[in-house]
Design a protein around this ligand. Sequence first.
Ligand SMILES: Cc1cc2nc3c(=O)[nH]c(=O)nc-3n(C[C@H](O)[C@H](O)[C@H](O)COP(=O)(O)O)c2cc1C
Length: 370
Amino acid sequence: MSQLFSPYSIGSVTLPNRIVIAPMCQYSAVNGEASDWHLMHLGNLAMSGAGLLIIEATAVEPEGRISPADLGLWSDATEAALARVLSAVRKYSDIPIAIQLAHAGRKASTAAPWDGGGLVEIEQGGWQTVAPSALAFMPDDPAPTALDTTGLQRILQAFVSAAQRTYKLGLDAIEIHAAHGYLLHEFLSPLSNQRDDEYGGSLENRMRFPLAVFEAMRAAVPMQMPIGVRISATDWVDGGWDLAQSVIFAKALQTLGCAFIHVSSGGLSPLQKIPVGPHYQVPLAASIRAETGLPTIAVGLITEAEEAEAIITDGQADMVGLARGILYDPRWPWHAAAKLGGQVDAPPQYWRCQPREQKALFGDIRFRQR
Ligand SMILES: Cc1cc2nc3c(=O)[nH]c(=O)nc-3n(C[C@H](O)[C@H](O)[C@H](O)COP(=O)(O)O)c2cc1C
């Protein structure tokens, strides 16, 4: 029995297997509104047989976009655009779908990667960025504005109302983006947060705003909607955010009702030294899972079915996240199921492709009604 293909519950949502499609920015929205690209992209991934599809970083306010073409969920128009995409996807797939809600903080207002990824000036359609402290990501970049109490309150409310819109859209779960050097991570890390008020300084103070955001969102939507958090478990910089602080943060989130933790790393500082290699972030996930018992997603260069299976059977994580590997091979879960003796849900239009040697791959499809 494959453990990778065993069901798993996060709160009241049951995933058919442990494979999670990690959030991936598409830089293909117009004024934050999902486009036909999202229909194709999410439609494609919704047929992958994965256990959970997490929609890309979705900005809770326009200034929270990484690029002007980021997806957003801050208005009736952005909500309606996503509703159109989701209703088409839902006609043909019942894959559980989560959304990553995000604010890019000081890393906002940049060009899409294929346009170089550099800063977009205000005159070119960019905007003034905000952060815990007026410290730029790159020393030569213009400094972000340090958020005051009014700004903090505005952003907290933006997260809350995006959570409410997520619930209205009928999505299955929310992932809060507190990783990769974006706004909430910027509050956590002493490298980017040098405030001298109650939101900076001690670990308790640096965690205060991200925890307040979590708590307010949790209170704003019914408990049936699981809310989890993606973190960077370490900055990979001496004196920065690290695993020990991540464990304390995860425990605090757990107390507030966090449904899962998605363990990534890095992205906060250009000084990071990342020991990149297969599974390099899995030990971080394993530590957090061991210390907290929170449902944990491991992610990062997990590419082989047998390795993903081992991560689950060895108890290093409860779910595995795939990003680049599943863009490359959107049927990765089908192929993994074929290798490991698991089963995936496939649309009936494709049932005839089931390989002869894998008669059980799509379950007993002979008499199944759709
Ligand atoms: C095209 C692309 C877009 C990404 N966008 C996001 C994003 O929106 N939010 C996020 O947390 N991580 C994002 N990431 C990081 C991935 O979710 C993932 O953590 C990373 O790629 C490592 O997993 P992998 O080795 O399976 O690709 C992105 C990665 C890629 C390749």
